[in-house]
Design a protein. Structure first.
Ligand SMILES: *Cc1c(COP(=O)(O)O)cnc(C)c1O
Length: 390
């Protein structure tokens, strides 16, 4: 019998049956003509999902952190300077990763739940000569969404490469690589791309590939070296099998199924559905009397929500009770406020009904903790906010 608990965390998420069926199908050779076709198609579809017709896609077995490593290892040479727009946990990680490859890293931080302004970023860019700037599109530790379009315009003006950690955003949050001028965007299979964990996905635009080709020093990471992977990606896209390291065969089959579903929905419809889900979730949280981590409503991401616990309720009290009522939610991640908030993921195939079930489970959990509120208010507010979207 299916475990009827909904997995509503910021990754991994609920997956479509057709995607899971591809995971469970008999494994083919990585040289099988059917697999070569699926891999080639997945590469072509990645360009469409990232809205980057002139980009070079990479599909490599690993998690989102490997996708970050693919960017850092291939674009940083010892002595390069990098600016990290740091909104939390994954900004710290990107800074540490870039330092490992010899970069001099400057962090531009904001208070927890905040966002550095474009003026502050511009001042930092004026103050030093950076090769590369990174930003976490949706910071999974705070639920804050960065202004990638504005940052890309600054990156172009100051001739800096912009690398977007889109692990909690790509295929959910609006992201237009070519139109906005983003140089690298990366993600992992288990978030809004909607495939079980195990694939690092990255698309590099022309300026990033040019910077890679102009390197004077070897890439200091053998597995992540684009020099090893580029011929493989080009071969599969030309529908020729090739080998550097064994691809995660079933995951690539599943990825191609999911990318097909994403493009069938259409990127604009998908962005709009994520906005509507987010509006409904945030309306429910407000109606239940809970605060949120993002300091302003316009800072709040559309792929997840980060509510604060009400006074007198802890994660240890609440989250198991919400799970017993049918939805798995995540605890805090940001070290400064870890015990003060929890996280709801609403990305990928999430439908209104999944969200209403989640809010219903949250209400049941809050009631079981002895928190006083008007029962049903969260579900009603979510439905009303969803209807506003039509
Ligand atoms: C999940 C996540 C990562 C890390 O991905 P893993 O697959 O856990 O390695 C990096 N950045 C962001 C924004 C994330 O949400």
């Amino acid at each position: 019998m299916k475990d009827r608990t909904l997995l509503m965390i910021p990754g991994p998420i609920e997956f479509e049956p057709a995607v899971l069926a591809a995971m469970g199908a008999p494994t083919t050779s990585h040289l099988d003509p059917g697999f070569v076709e699926a891999f080639g198609q997945a590469l072509e579809r990645l360009r469409q999902v990232f809205l980057c017709p002139d980009g070079q896609p990479f599909i490599v077995a690993g998690s989102g952190t490997l996708a970050m490593d693919l960017a850092g290892a291939n674009l940083i040479e010892p002595g390069d300077r990098a600016l990290v727009i740091n909104t939390g946990f994954f900004g710290d990680r990107f800074g540490a990763l870039l330092e490992r490859y010899g970069a001099g890293v400057t962090h531009l931080r904001a208070p927890v739940g905040g966002l550095p302004t474009l003026e502050e970023v511009e001042r930092a860019l004026k103050g030093a000569s950076f090769k590369l700037m990174t930003v976490t599109h949706v910071d999974t530790s705070t639920g804050v969404v960065a202004d990638v379009k504005g940052l890309a315009a600054l990156a172009r003006r100051y001739d800096v490469l912009l690398v977007v950690d889109g692990v909690c955003s790509v295929a959910g949050e609006e992201l237009r690589m070519t139109e906005w001028g983003v140089d690298v965007a990366l993600t992992a299979s288990q978030k809004a791309i909607s495939v079980p964990p195990g694939l690092a996905l990255l698309v590099a635009g022309p300026r990033a590939m040019e910077a890679f080709r102009r390197r004077k020093t070897p890439v200091a990471n053998y597995y992540a070296d684009w020099g090893n992977w580029l011929p493989i990606m080009e071969a599969y896209e030309a529908r020729r099998p090739s080998y550097f390291a064994t691809p995660a065969v079933n995951l690539v089959w599943a990825l191609n199924v999911s990318l097909g579903q994403i493009l069938e929905e259409g990127m604009e419809a998908r962005f709009a559905r994520h906005r509507a889900l987010s509006r409904a979730c945030k309306a429910a949280i407000a109606a239940l009397g809970l605060e949120q981590v993002p300091l302003k409503p316009e800072y709040a991401a559309h792929t997840m929500t980060a509510p604060r616990y009400p006074a007198g309720v802890t994660g240890a009290d609440l989250l198991p009770r919400v799970k017993a009522a049918g939805a798995v939610l995540a605890g805090g991640l940001h070290p400064e406020i870890k015990a003060e908030y929890f996280r709801i993921g609403h990305m990928g195939p999430t439908k209104l009904g999944d969200l209403l079930a989640t809010i219903g489970a949250l209400e049941a959990g809050l009631a079981a903790c002895g928190y006083t509120f008007e029962k049903g208010a969260g579900v009603a507010a979510a439905m009303a906010a969803w209807d506003e979207q039509g």
